[in-house]
Design a protein around this ligand. Sequence first.
Ligand code: GRF
Length: 194
Amino acid sequence: MVSGTGTNMEVLLNAMADPDFGANPVMVLSNRPGIPALEKAANRGIRVVCIDHRHYLDNRLDFDAAIDAALRQARVSVVCLAGFMRILGFQFVSAWEGRILNIHPSLLPEFPGLDTHRRVIETGKTFSGCTVHAVTPELDAGPILGQAAVPVLPGDTPTCLAARVNRAEHRLYPAVLRRFLNKRRETPTRLTTP
Ligand code: GRF
């Protein structure tokens, strides 16, 4: 699921091109029409779906329900948020918990939320980085699955720090997703009898 440029989406799609990766991209879903990520995915022949959040401004539950329906219809089993910039509601996240990952451009639990790079620089940090975490109803607070650190250099602007973090994201996200999928395969499904 994407909202913008889709560079993380691209590296995940590249990784999945390896038959040993163990996953296929079923669809790319966006909340915004006309974004580069959708064009990139469509050019690769991947099914793209746009659920424009502006049509649901009065009703977030309907927005979440439309996404949920699209994912189920496509028989998605794991969701990767890759720069998806809308907050998903409790009901949606609870239904998909354990099957949604997100990448966040800071070393969580520090600097959740938006505008991370400016805040990191203003706080005088000498390191920043990125985190892949499982998504839970609380924003940017789910269990951490992997992190990569980068230095904050003297004179860094939010833009150049973002670019450095983004490069680290491109190494981290495919590696963490691969491990996550392997672990999922190794964990037997437990059926509970009534
Ligand atoms: C990344 O920095 C990610 O951490 C954040 O949104 C950005 C998406 O970048 N959640 P891109 O669209 O993958 O280039």
